[in-house]
Design a protein around this ligand. Structure first.
Ligand code: G6P
Length: 372
């Protein structure tokens, strides 16, 4: 009912508005008096975490893209190799796992059958299992050795939004917890990273103030037949997620690509008028990566692409080539995806709305897929 939506036009609109809280609530209670990450649920597991040599993330859909983002952070902070596998591919790939492997599952519902079966397979083959889940007492956390709950609150809309940012948050908390236990980051680096994470909710709130401009853009683009998304490094999974949202909600053919792959194929798709979202990495992170993405933008612009750049405030390098620039506040590179994803979610919701579609209940989809 309208009352449950708290005055919002859809659950999805309400859930997007709750993203700052989803991140803040997931961090709450997990930073100790020393200013470092201590996840109470993982107390007593230091010895176990000391023995692992590898992490494999298993998930489906949006949760798998959260896993891809998490890989960059966990590898950087812990120096453990992290692999991300789709749950349904993992089990049939004869995966290399043993008692030194930690299998981290990510699931909003905690009931996705493919992910549950991947966790059971991992446990049966001697791996340790950790569940990142948004639903207290769901099946996947019950089947796992440990659980880190995301506190996004109930997510009703079929397409995941606030759970996604909460999943990245939980993976980052876990990465910082692990780095402290394993001694792979200095206290200063641990503290700086948690401070970055704590600043994310206010920054998401800033992105949300651009809702009307993004809605207008979606309105203009409502007869697009295909939309492409490009990203690099942590922006790559955001390109994949942005494309998934558009498929799910607006039934538009959308593809996400690693920007560096452009010249290996996707550039052939560019024709005059083709809309392309580009997640632009901060020039304050890797200048090389930033320059390469700007050069990708020039290449496709020269072939007539219509560019929607998602770029950090003050990044003027994109201005001459972008048809539209959506700004995100400054953040350390690893934290940019938590901001850059927001405009893509709003865009998909607004475009579906402009087409008169039901954004909460897209056709053919279920909130939680409990069959294999
Ligand atoms: C379904 C939903 C997606 C979700 C995926 C994984 O396909 O429509 O939005 O990302 O399942 O769900 P989970 O509950 O495991 O995160």
């Amino acid at each position: 009912s309208a009352a449950d939506k708290g005055g919002w036009s859809s659950f999805m609109a309400k859930e997007i508005s709750e993203e700052p809280e989803a991140v803040a609530n997931t961090v709450r209670g997990r930073v100790g008096d020393d200013g470092l990450v201590h996840i109470p649920e993982l107390e007593g597991l230091d010895e176990l975490f000391g023995t692992i040599s590898r992490v494999v993330v298993v998930a489906c859909g949006t949760a798998s893209y959260a896993g891809m983002v998490g890989k960059y952070a966990i590898e950087k902070w812990t120096k453990l190799p992290v692999e991300v596998a789709l749950s349904h591919e993992f089990r049939y790939s004869d995966p290399v796992i043993d008692e030194h492997t930690l299998v981290v599952s990510i699931s909003q519902s905690g009931e996705t059958m493919d992910t549950l079966m991947a966790v059971k397979y991992a446990a049966a083959h001697g791996a340790k299992t950790l569940s990142i889940c948004n639903t207290q007492g769901a099946t996947i956390p019950r089947e796992s050795d440990a659980v880190v709950y995301t506190h996004a609150g109930p997510e009703v809309a079929v397409a995941s939004t606030k759970a996604f940012v909460a999943q990245i948050t939980a993976l980052y908390l876990f990465g910082l917890h692990l780095a402290r236990v394993r001694g792979t980051l200095s206290e200063q680096a641990l503290a700086e990273n948690i401070a970055q994470l704590q600043s994310v909710p206010d920054k998401i709130a800033e992105v949300l103030t651009q809702q009307d401009e993004i809605a207008q853009l979606a309105h203009w683009m409502s007869d697009s037949r295909a939309v492409l998304f490009l990203g690099r490094h942590v922006g790559y999974p955001i390109a994949l997620e942005g494309a998934l949202k558009l498929k799910e909600l607006a039934y538009i053919h959308a593809e996400g690509f690693a920007a560096g792959e452009l010249k290996h194929g996707p550039i052939a798709l560019i024709e005059p008028g083709q809309p392309v979202f580009v997640v632009v990495p901060s020039p304050r992170g890797s200048q090389t990566m930033h320059a390469k993405v700007v050069s990708n933008i020039q290449e496709i612009r020269a072939r007539g692409a219509k560019i929607i750049a998602i770029a950090e405030e003050g990044d003027v390098a994109v201005l001459p080539f972008a048809d539209t620039v959506v700004r995100v506040p400054l953040a350390a590179p690893l934290f940019e995806p938590l901001l850059a994803v927001i405009p893509t979610q709003i865009f998909a919701m607004e475009l579906a709305t402009a087409k008169g579609l039901d954004v909460d209940q897209p056709r053919n989809l279920a909130k939680s897929v409990t069959v294999e």
